[in-house]
Design a protein around this ligand. Structure first.
Ligand code: SF4
Length: 268
């Protein structure tokens, strides 16, 4: 009969493996608040302006969408002015933002719907509605999904709606706050109730800041991350970074060997 000698390093068979702690939304608030500082809500644009701005920001950098929005407002003076303009005129005014051909008819269409339904562009009544009703009201409009609805309600009206952008979606998935099979649309309904209503805005801001500064889409800075203690994606990300570095090193052409210089002695 063969017996296996114990090295003494193995855990006794009955000892359960230490489980990695699961990160919660509460942890996000606790760790990120001191790191990223206060996140106080300040009204930005009116709800209708926010709606137009959000359309302009789709698939566009903040800088370009801001430029396009400012030029649009400078050209037509108000949302009413934009609504009265033709699609071609709107397109011309937002050219700097990119995708003007797709965005101009979308803006015109939504503003036309609002005008037909309300007779004006004052959406402040949404703030008096229960959150879910306000979301549903907005999502009936053509081209308004959960993200745009949440942006308008959160940024313009200060309601506890949680917009899930690409940074928030990525960071939440890596931290394990949402499962790998959850899509961005469902993520809104899952993340929003994880924190108290008054924490929704800072929770949103911290995840965005973390996504921009540390947990970037490419090459996240896991070694500097304050959530590394519990992040289920950390090991995978670090392994991917090591493999990428190895591959890069393999691709690099080997430095040519220099032939040793002859010494004065050899020359003699
Ligand atoms: S440990 Fe890495 S993957 Fe996890 S949240 Fe931090 S930066 Fe992102």
């Amino acid at each position: 009969m063969t017996t296996t000698k114990s090295t003494g390093d193995e855990a006794p068979p009955s000892t359960p493996r230490a489980k990695r702690p699961k990160i919660t939304a509460h942890d996000v608030m606790e760790y990120m608040a001191p790191e990223y500082g206060p996140a106080e809500w300040q009204p930005r644009y009116s709800p209708a302006e926010e709606l137009v701005y959000t359309i302009l920001s789709q698939h566009t950098s903040d800088l370009n969408s801001e430029r396009a929005f400012l030029n649009l407002m400078k050209t037509f003076k108000s949302v009413e002015g934009v609504a009265d303009a033709s699609v071609e005129e709107i397109e011309k005014a937002i050219l700097r933002g990119g995708l003007a051909k797709q965005k101009a008819p979308r803006i015109k269409d939504i503003l036309t719907q609002l005008k037909a339904e309300l007779g004006n562009f004052d959406l402040s009544f949404l703030a008096e509605m229960p959150l879910e009703d306000a979301k549903s009201w907005l999502k009936r409009l053509n081209g308004i999904g959960p993200k745009t609805a949440a942006i308008i309600l959160c940024f313009s009206l200060g309601m506890p709606a949680m917009p899930v952008d690409t940074h928030i979606f990525r960071v939440s998935q890596r931290l394990g706050l949402i499962g790998p099979k959850i899509n961005a649309e469902r993520a809104h309904d899952i993340l929003e109730p994880m924190v108290a209503p008054e924490e929704v805005f800072p929770f949103h801001m911290y995840l965005i800041r973390h996504g921009r500064q540390i947990c970037r889409a490419q090459r996240p800075k896991c070694s500097e991350c304050l959530m590394g203690w519990g992040c289920p994606a950390k090991r995978v990300m670090e392994r991917a970074a090591t493999n990428a570095a190895k591959q890069k090193a393999r691709k690099r052409p080997a430095a040519k060997k220099k032939s040793p210089k002859s010494t004065s002695k050899e020359r003699i």
